[in-house]
Ligand binder design. Sequence first.
Ligand code: NAD
Ligand code: MG
Length: 295
Amino acid sequence: MSESAKNPVTRHPKISPPEQDQPEPGLDVRTDPVPDIGLESYQGRERLVGRRALVTGGDSGIGAAVAIAFAREGADVAIAYLPAEEEDARRVVAAIEEAGRTAVALPGDLMDRQYREGVVDAAAEQLGGLDILVNNAGKQVISESLEELSDEQVDETFQINIKSMFTLSRAALKHMGPGSTIVNTTSVQAYEPNPMILDYAATKAAINNFTKGLAQQVAERGIRVNAVAPGPVWTVLQVSDGQPKEKLPEFGHNTPLGRAGQPVEMAPAYVFLASEESSYVTGDTLNANGGTPTP
Ligand code: NAD
Ligand code: MG
């Protein structure tokens, strides 16, 4: 066995996070343990040199890991996030700049129509164009029963998780040419809905479907559309009512690999789908879920 081959079971620690709670959207920097977004570990290999990317939810968790990885691969990166997440966003902006790339910060709320309709143009304007859109922002809030799940929450979850993808992707296509890519964040929940997050899981199934449909529509323009479906990944989403508090110590333990994933382990999937390396892959979903079987 090669010295350098690391065991995926132990490559990242099996964590048992203490019970904790933060109001939505929460901050990575206040999460225990702090999610690993690759600040220390992600090594770029010049796979996105000169590309210009917008990552929504790029302040924390998976989006932050993707933004940092893209910058270390040579891309200039804009991140979109909620104004309340400024502290997390600063960390990511600093990491992008340390990689020698341009960072653009675009705080705003995807529930706000004006922001939603303008954020892609703002990114393209400040980056001098746009080649990559990562639709990653997401809302996940548990409810015990359908009776407890309000229509207001269903509307918000659908607006943030899937409906915004229509608006942002439409705006991005205006700026995109052959070789451009869109990558959407879906979830293992698309196939295995947890009954406590009916609204969330339904949006994730819709994202897979949207990805396959849009990919066919824009293929002849040389634009590819794919998705990444993470399994349980340790992020503040889980801590801000994404899971029942008492389940946090066991989070991710039921996967075949036996542990939760870290955001940094998702980044290579996005780099692959955003880069030319995946030139014959479109309309697909790459599952990065610790081994749970998918359809
Ligand atoms: P996260 O909380 O770090 O990221 C979610 C981001 O969504 C926030 O940082 C925030 O910027 C953004 N967001 C939420 N509401 C918003 C709004 N109204 N306007 C603008 N932005 C808003 O958590 P994460 O786990 O990294 O989530 C990123 C994506 O990964 C989400 O789409 C989530 O559904 C998906 N996902 C996560 C897991 C997991 O286990 N953590 C598993 C599968 C899929
Ligand atoms: Mg955040």
